[in-house]
Write a protein of this length. Structure first.
Ligand code: ZN
Length: 276
């Protein structure tokens, strides 16, 4: 089974279209980790595009605020402005649909997987470092948990006393070339990692519509749950699944134009180029 894992689309239609084009033919199901709306200028279009395609969706904190389930008071001024604009902009049908999105963590039909927006222990909590990751790694009853919310692609892995942060080797050209030129990465890139049996993983596919890891390209991940195990490997390290992290460029200017035309804060358009 192959799943396309999406998170934090944030009403960025152009980024979503680029991701769907890049992942075409590579997935059986879409699992969406939430924050479909908020920040970006195309909330209705994004909902209408992704809704019929996805098999599972977890609500995000922006989804919750943008459909009026909770107040925007806890948001910073820029996020609040965007949330209140989104509330006005959403069609009655789309707002009603957002309200019905279940709170995570959720389990797809595929065994051994959990999907959450923030921490699986608290939807509003950010998992930014190993200290944040530790309790969820201990407490989740599945070997793999997908999460979003931080807009940072990667994750955390643990086996007994051994643990490390997963940092996809993407955007290296971006950083390496920074000293020589200011040209951002403009090509698609991917990086594959085997998920060994007996190991626990917290995996963030990154943000489709508002990356914050200094790479402006739309982020997503593909999960393959049935990988042929390598007979050369010892039983304890047998590969049971595979995750591929992807970055794809998208039509940034059109997306920024939607934000500016909507009268949303300019910062929301500027940060898309900066990837932060
Ligand atoms: Zn988000």
């Amino acid at each position: 089974m192959r799943a396309l894992i999406l998170s934090d689309i944030h009403a960025n239609l152009e980024a979503l279209e680029a991701v769907l084009a890049a992942a075409e033919g590579l997935w059986d199901e879409i699992w969406n980790l939430g924050d479909l709306v908020g920040y970006g200028g195309a909330p209705n279009q994004v909902i209408e595009r992704i809704r019929p395609l996805q098999s599972l969706v977890v609500r995000g904190n922006h989804d919750r605020v943008c459909c009026g389930l909770t107040s925007a008071n806890a948001f910073n001024p820029v996020a609040r402005t965007a949330a209140l604009w989104t509330r006005q902009e959403l069609s009655t049908e789309n707002a009603a649909w957002l309200k019905e999105i279940p709170q995570g963590p959720l389990h797809p039909a595929e065994e051994g997987v959990t999907c959450a927006h923030g921490s699986p222990l608290d939807e509003d909590k950010y998992i930014l470092n190993m200290r944040d990751a530790w309790a969820p790694l201990q407490e989740m009853d599945t070997p793999v948990t997908f999460f979003g919310h931080t807009h940072i692609q990667g994750g955390f892995t643990q086996k007994g006393h051994h643990w490390h942060e997963i940092r996809p080797a993407l955007g290296r050209s971006l950083h390496a070339s920074a000293a020589h030129s200011s040209a951002p990465a403009t090509k698609p890139e991917s990086w594959t990692m085997n998920l060994a049996g007996g190991t626990r993983h917290l995996i963030n596919p990154g943000s489709v519509g508002q990356p914050r890891d200094f790479d402006w390209r739309a982020a997503f991940a593909l999960f393959n749950s049935h990988v042929d195990s390598d007979p050369q490997e010892s039983n304890s390290a047998v590969t049971v699944a595979q995750i591929t992290f992807h970055r794809v460029p998208y039509d940034l200017v059109t997306s920024q134009g939607r934000i500016l035309m909507a009268g949303l804060p300019e910062r929301l358009a500027a940060r898309l180029r900066e990837g932060r």
